[in-house]
Design a protein around this ligand. Structure first.
Ligand code: ADP
Ligand code: ADP
Length: 227
């Protein structure tokens, strides 16, 4: 589903964010990008979402070289991604359910249809009872699960989550990870960056990065035989 071929990324003036990264991720995998802050994890997620271009190398998504996508087709491409990025905050002056309805309304759904699908999405992350609340009345973990509901309301086949458990206590982090694992169990491919090691055991594969270099890749035995 996703293939990185010798991908490097430089930012001026001479920062090497990624050097010579190669991996492939199959449909339905739950993959962690692990490594310290600054390792290049966000850059990889942004490349998969066609928000950063590699300086060299290829990024294939479903066999398509996304570095060659025309800018006019980017919104359509991203509509099929569930993005949970660090800088995509919730709208604080709108209710939880209104936040989750937003992507559907933007892509032309009717209000009734959007409300129904947003409610289903909130049920999937266990937040149906908070639909009419405002984001600031929720705990950090609940806010992150609203962001997940918003990301999956279009039923994407691929979820990209950048440090979804950062700043959360253990209980909230566990709830967020359980929500993401439930999507994987339903067949959705999930790629999650994390600098903490606690949840790595639930992955089908862990790609370790350090200073933009792939240091090692761990793959569960079950996945190694099936992919
Ligand atoms: P991580 O997500 O693992 O914390 P990032 O992918 O955010 O790492 O960053 C990798 C490196 O690239 C860091 O040195 C970071 O400062 C640099 N970097 C990321 N984005 C930019 C940018 N837009 N401009 C300049 N440097 C950047
Ligand atoms: P955490 O410690 O994980 O941040 P909180 O203790 O803040 O969680 O929240 C626990 C519960 O209290 C949550 O269900 C949340 O919705 C509710 N809550 C938190 N802050 C407020 C608030 N300002 N107004 C109403 N409810 C709140």
């Amino acid at each position: 589903m996703i293939e990185f071929k010798q991908v490097s990324k430089h930012f001026p003036p001479g920062i090497s964010a990624l050097s010579d990264i190669s991996f492939s991720i199959g449909r339905g995998e739950l993959v962690f990008l692990a490594g310290p802050s600054g390792a290049g994890k966000s850059t990889i997620l942004k490349m998969i979402a066609a928000m950063e271009r590699p300086s060299s190398g290829q990024v294939l998504v479903n066999g398509q070289d996304i570095t060659r996508l025309k800018s006019a087709s980017l919104p359509y491409f991203r509509r099929n991604l569930g993005l949970i990025l660090q800088d995509h905050a919730l709208l604080l002056d709108r209710t939880v359910v209104a936040n989750v309805m937003l992507p559907l309304l933007i892509s032309g759904a009717s209000r009734d249809d959007a409300l129904m699908r947003a409610t289903t999405a909130l049920e999937k992350v266990n937040l149906a009872d908070k639909a009419e609340a405002y984001p600031l009345a929720l705990s950090g973990g609940e806010q992150q699960r609203v962001a997940i509901a918003r990301a999956i309301v279009n039923r994407p086949q691929l979820i990209l989550a950048d440090e979804p458990t950062a700043y959360l206590d253990r209980d909230n982090a566990t709830q967020v990870m359980n929500a993401l694992q439930a999507f994987q169990a339903a067949g959705v491919t999930c790629i999650i960056s994390s600098h903490d090691e606690e949840f790595l055991g639930s992955a089908s594969r862990v790609i370790y990065l350090n200073q933009g270099k792939q240091s090692q890749t761990w793959q569960s035995a079950a996945m190694a035989t099936s992919s």
